[in-house]
Design a protein around this ligand. Structure first.
Ligand code: PEP
Ligand code: MG
Length: 749
């Protein structure tokens, strides 16, 4: 008969090893039956598990019978052929099942056409756990040798089945328990705001990267057919291709096919073809999608290569779109319109992809407001709230949610009144037209303050121009690296930098060299995992260690700067030595370009970002070498306080209002003044009302901030007197505790 039992034993032991790692239980059980059916060349393979509470055998997984009946077919011991095998505790081999006196027909299960029947009990330490069943169309198909093979297999998988059964029971209990509280329970979650705005929508649970994909259940749609699936597949492909085109024109720095993995997978017959196979064999279209998506999630997340692990979320994303396209009415979009995404963590590229598919907002577990994912959300202009409350993962798919990213809160299942209030609030926010009054900013007593924009994506440029930014104080050059699958080439980078300089012609632009590491990892590069990435190979340290990558970027910047005033700054400078090493590499690259006759900027101004306490201490010496300083307070505060700004357990202790922070700022400003070099502040405090007063009070005259806030900040500055600000700054600098500072701040704001 050509059944392949040696390979089967081998594959089963492989499968058992995989189970130890990451597989979801449902997928594990399905993989077991699929493997056995394939090797035994059987039409059907099913597992029935015995439920002690109800005293019944339950069809738990099947390949070949209607999958809609899993969990629904229940047999008492002794009932039907399967029940008989279980009751007697020994194999049952029947040539023509339907002629057997114990045969029991279950309508809809599609068993009618199968004649040969072979069942063996699954027993562990004398305790019967369930039954493994094979069925085949051909009368007398199974032989005694098959009976022996299947018995050995049943013994081999018994331990794993016992564990699977335990986990299934626990999750079912948990599900039925949470069901009561989940369904209509309305609750409030307090977190922190990652970006601003209010969003309404229905929950889509992406959970952890390797959590199983469940899709959004839609009551009556199990009748969807192969034709429906093929239509959904075609629509999905078209939509993603269109989206890819839109992305290329909107975010030209991401030209490297951001949806390439999606498109490749959809086109792969092993992926969509597998779904089609399952549907042909009687699985409903929805279940076929969910099953294959979960198999791929297991496959990717069990891979040791982080690049593959990351793909798990892409797979869920495809599953979501396929299902939406399958279930939707004619004119509904297949994307995340009207949906709020709940996830454990997101990569910048994933945020871009999900936002491009019209997600209404994001509710993320943990994180911190200065994490890069939040910085990106602000650039994209999408509401995002971080929350470290475990109840986040009790929210059911489809639940109505409001996220208030002004307050950093989320309301789950809001009542009508709350919903209406938020609608009004959102409309009010929309009505406040934030206008930039003028391109130049003065305090009330006529001191000139320069307002620059922080740019993360090229799409921020439009806003910066509209808001009359005087230049770009910080371009975070890592974003094109973060949202791609590979390093951008020198030309790719040249185009981005050139566009920034051209759009800002006549204005100053500070390009920051690559700042990766810490919370910004490039999975396509990182070969070693660091125990403390924020203290590891980050920012300029990475560039100095990876000269080729650094030189490629510098050449792109120098070429782009030809004919413009070019400022280049280095992140996370720890010492004068770091700065000099980086400066020399710039000069070397400039010489190489010139020697090759390539036009470039030959007088770039080079700056140091002050983000480390060590840089504060050597600010005087640094000021002798650098052309300018840019204070990155987001990092400076985290390193002064020793608090990881993205670690949810400590990020609430992250505060700028620490006496050491104020004193450090003053020290750096003094050093820059003494050596007459330019200084600007580009961390988030540059848009905090109290800090603006303090910074102006200690002599800062340049601020660089989110361009969307430029109008508001200008209005605040217009109402300030430098003299008053100086008094306030002096008072703050005399204080020794955060409590005292908070009290003072409250009294004057
Ligand atoms: C900072 O640290 O303040 C800063 C501007 O850099 P980033 O937030 O990109 O680390
Ligand atoms: Mg920084």
């Amino acid at each position: 008969m050509g059944k392949n039992s040696i390979d089967l034993f081998y594959d089963i032991s492989e499968l058992l090893r995989l189970f130890e790692k990451t597989m979801t239980i449902e997928n594990f059980l399905y993989s077991v039956v699929e493997l056995i059916a394939t090797h035994m060349k059987s039409d059907v393979c099913s597992i029935y598990l015995y439920d002690e509470n109800s005293g019944q055998l339950i069809l738990t997984t099947t390949m070949g019978l209607s999958e809609d009946y899993t969990g629904k077919v229940k047999l008492s011991p002794g009932e039907g052929l399967t029940g008989l095998c279980f009751k007697e505790g020994k194999p049952l081999l029947v040539m023509e099942g339907q002629k057997h006196p114990s045969f029991k027909l279950i309508p809809g299960l599609t068993e009618e056409k199968y004649n040969a029947f072979l069942a063996v009990p699954i027993i562990r330490s004398m305790i019967p756990l369930g039954v493994l069943v094979l069925q085949h169309e051909k009368i007398g198909y199974f032989q005694e040798t098959d009976e022996r093979t299947l018995s050995v297999i049943a013994a081999q998988i018994a331990v794993a089945i016992e564990n699977a059964k335990l986990i299934l029971e626990i999750t079912h209990k948990k599900k039925s328990h949470t069901h009561i509280t989940e369904v209509e329970e309305s609750f409030f979650l307090k977190g922190s705001a990652g970006s601003s705005g209010i969003a309404f929508g229905h929950a889509v649970i992406l959970g952890k990267r390797d959590d199983a994909f469940t899709g959004i259940p839609k009551g009556k749609s199990t009748s969807l057919t192969l034709k429906d699936f093929e239509r959904a597949l075609g629509e999905t492909l078209l939509q993603l291709e269109e989206l890819q085109r839109e992305m290329e024109s909107e975010f030209s720095e991401m030209v490297s096919l951001i949806f390439s993995a999606h498109l490749l997978m959809l086109g792969d017959t092993a992926f969509s073809g597998r779904m089609i196979d399952l549907i042909r064999k009687g699985t409903s279209a929805e279940k076929a999608i969910i099953r294959v998506i979960n198999q791929y999630i297991d496959l990717f997340s069990s891979d040791p290569n982080p690049r593959f692990k990351e793909k798990a979320l892409d797979v869920k994303d495809i599953g979501h779109r396929l299902l939406r396209n399958l279930q939707k009415a004619e004119d509904e979009p297949g994307d995340y319109t009207g949906q709020i995404i709940i996830a454990y963590e997101l990569l910048p590229s994933e945020l871009v992809k999900l936002s491009a598919q019209n997600a209404a907002g994001f509710l993320l577990y943990g994180g911190g407001i200065t994490a890069h994912i939040a910085i990106l959300a602000r650039s994209i202009g999408i509401p995002m709230v971080f929350c470290d409350d475990e109840r986040l993962f009790r929210i059911k798919s489809g639940t109505c949610i409001i996220i208030d990213a002004y307050q950093g809160t989320a309301i789950i299942n809001p009542g009508k009144e709350v919903y209406d209030n938020y609608q009004t609030m959102q409309n009010d926010h929309k009505k406040i037209v934030k206008k930039r009054v003028s391109g130049t900013t003065f305090t009330r007593d006529k001191t000139r303050i320069h307002l620059y924009a922080n740019i993360n994506l090229l799409s921020d440029l439009k806003i910066a121009i509209k808001m009359k930014a005087e230049g770009i104080g910080l371009y975070r050059s890592e974003f094109p690296y973060l949202v791609r699958n590979e390093l951008p080439s020198e030309d790719d980078q040249y185009r981005v930098y050139r566009k920034l300089l051209e759009e800002m012609t006549g204005k100053e632009v500070s390009l920051r060299t690559l700042d990766i590491g810490g919370d910004k990892m490039l999975s396509y590069l990182s070969s070693s995992q660091e125990a403390n990435p924020f203290l590891g190979l980050r920012a300029i340290r990475f560039s100095l260690k990876n000269r080729n990558i650094f030189s490629t970027q510098l050449k792109a910047m120098l070429r782009a700067g030809e004919g413009f005033t070019l400022k280049i700054m280095f992140p996370l400078i720890a010492s004068v030595d770091d700065f000099m090493e980086a400066k020399n590499i710039v000069l070397e690259n400039m010489e190489t370009l010139k020697a090759n006759g390539i036009p470039c900027n030959n007088k770039p101004r080079l700056g140091a970002m002050i983000e480390l306490p060590s840089a504060v201490e050597v600010a005087h010496e640094l000021a002798q070498q650098a052309d300018f300083f840019s204070i990155g307070t987001n990092d400076l505060v985290q390193y002064m306080l020793g608090i990881d700004r993205t670690n949810e357990t400590v990020c609430s202790m992250y505060t700028h209002y620490h006496p050491a922070v104020f004193r450090a700022l003053k020290k750096v400003v003094n050093a820059a003044k003494e050596k007459s070099i330019e200084l600007s502040v580009c961390g988030d405090i540059a848009s905090e009302p109290f800090f603006i007063i303090f910074l102006i009070g200690i002599g800062v005259r340049q601020l660089s901030l989110n361009p969307r806030l430029l109008g508001d900040i200008q209005v605040q500055i217009n109402s300030l007197n430098v003299k008053d600000a100086e008094i306030i700054a002096a008072n703050i600098l005399s204080m020794g505790t955060t409590k005292e500072i908070y009290g003072y701040v409250e009294s004057i704001l």
